[in-house]
Design a protein around this ligand. Structure first.
Ligand code: UDX
Length: 445
């Protein structure tokens, strides 16, 4: 099939590359020339395991091209995939200006029947708006479809090649057949639905996953008070198939390009229909609060933080990505510096992106994990990079000035602590806290 993908962000680039890997002839389009030049030089603008090799292979086979010429690329294809960004407006609503721009340019370039697929996360009703915009510019026949994308950063290629399900929202029989054919080799779980339900499935899925995370984070906070271990609680819960084991890792809350944006957008969508989505508002609030637990723990161990040196390990919102969008590290570092602490940070991949987006000028960027921990009064782990898990705790102890370790992602196991004097605090595992005067455990009277 001849496919054009508009937008070379995570979703667009990975989808385009994977469709070419499946044997389709793909053009990925972006209006940012520097990005297309990079891709044409064989460089990849995002860090995503496996992507660079796939790009090189498929360019060599002549099935994958990159272009800034949207008009010519639309003319080339039967299927046009819109995968442009829908960032948040200040009120939390999705900004649809890139979508509308793409739709109008598609309309102007139409030269025969095409299927216009939206992969961007868009509010319910947006695909109908896209149809109207294209129809304003063209008399050519076309159909629209909503095919939301569920890939995760860091595992984007394998998520795209082995999806749990493909959702096809359409009102056209031709689209049902053609898009089912396009996705058939990926999964047998192809669910065809109406357009509005498909748009809603994406928001509802992300909101539900965010809810699981905030739920387990609150359970972790309660575990700390009653003397239970949240990792064991989550493990025990996960065997119930109605609950499922994934997305029950307690930590410092979710970040990234999707959950924060999509939860806010769904709250807005509901609000516009006079529906107060109370549960999701609480999920967002709990998530924001959770990141500050790191600071509360530091204060409870060390008192005032003014003048203290705090080492930070991890700036990306999760491991295996250089993406820092909505990373909890921003607010944690800003709060620490505001309290007068000196902060040194290290991230294996994301430091450069963080530097570009962080307005804390006094933040010291370190080249190694050791440098960030060296002579610090405390060390906080904010991202669960494998590199950190493999550093012996005795070594960390020898680097620190004071032996305080706050593990915001529960990356260390009890046995790793055995031969250290570290004062250790993780999330929802009070039994592992070391050297800390515990409040008396909750006793049932
Ligand atoms: C998410 C969705 O998973 C994906 O389906 C959608 O297409 C885009 O948004 P992504 O943001 O790449 O993907 O990462 P994900 O692995 O879902 O993690 C999101 C955040 O939740 C991270 O900050 C992560 O640290 C946090 N998280 C995840 C937890 O705190 N606990 C968990 O158990 C799982």
């Amino acid at each position: 099939m001849k496919i054009t993908v508009i937008g070379t962000g995570y979703v667009g680039l990975v989808s385009g590359v994977c469709f070419s890997e499946l044997g389709n002839e793909v053009i990925c389009v972006d209006h940012i020339e520097a990005k297309i030049e990079m891709l044409n030089r064989g460089e990849v603008p995002i860090y995503e395991p496996g992507l660079q090799t796939l790009i090189a292979n498929n360019r060599e086979r002549g099935r994958l091209r990159f272009s800034t010429d949207l008009g010519a690329s639309v003319k080339h294809a039967e299927v046009i995939i819109i995968a442009v960004g829908t960032p948040s407006l200040p009120n939390g609503q999705a900004n649809l200006s890139f979508i509308e721009q793409a739709a109008s340019e598609i309309g102007q370039a139409m030269n025969g029947y095409k299927i216009i697929v939206t992969k961007s996360t868009v509010p319910v009703g947006t695909n109908e708006r896209i149809r109207d915009i294209i129809a304003q510019h063209s008399k050519e026949p076309f159909d629209i479809a909503s095919v939301p994308e569920f890939l995760r950063e860091g595992t984007a290629v394998s998520d795209t090649m082995n999806p749990d399900r493909i959702i096809i929202g359409t009102d056209s029989e031709v689209v049902r057949e053609r898009l089912t054919e396009l996705h058939r080799s990926l999964t047998s779980n192809i669910i065809v639905t109406d357009i509005r339900s498909a748009e809603m499935i994406k928001y509802a899925s992300n909101a539900f996953l965010a809810t699981k995370i905030s739920f387990i984070n609150e359970i972790a906070n309660i575990c700390e008070k009653v003397g239970a271990d949240v990792t064991k609680v989550a493990y025990g819960m996960g065997f119930d198939q109605r609950i499922g084991a994934s997305f029950l890792k307690a930590g410092i809350g979710y970040g990234g390009s999707c959950f924060p944006k999509d939860t806010q957008a769904l709250i807005q969508i509901a609000g516009q229909m006079d529906y107060d989505f109370k549960l999701l508002k609480s999920v967002v609030e709990v998530n924001r609060e959770q990141r500050f637990n790191v600071i509360r723990k530091l204060e409870s161990l060390m008192g005032h933080l003014a003048g203290k040196t705090i080492g930070i390990w991890g700036l990306a919102f999760k491991p295996e990505t250089d993406d820092v969008r909505d990373s909890p590290a921003f607010e944690i570092i800003a709060a620490l510096t505001e309290m007068g602490a000196k902060v040194k940070a290290y991230d294996p991949i994301a430091a450069e992106n963080f530097r570009r987006n962080c307005d804390v000028d006094s933040l010291i960027y370190c080249d190694t994990a050791r440098e960030a921990a060296w002579q610090a009064d405390a060390l906080c782990v904010l991202t669960e990079w494998k590199e950190f898990q493999h550093i012996p705790l005795s070594e960390i102890e020898s680097w620190l000035k004071s032996p305080y370790l706050i593990d915001g992602r529960n990356i260390y196991k009890e046995e790793q602590l055995a031969n250290t004097q570290l004062v250790y605090y993780s999330v929802g595992r009070p039994g592992m806290n070391r050297g800390v005067k515990e409040p008396a455990p909750y006793i049932l009277l």
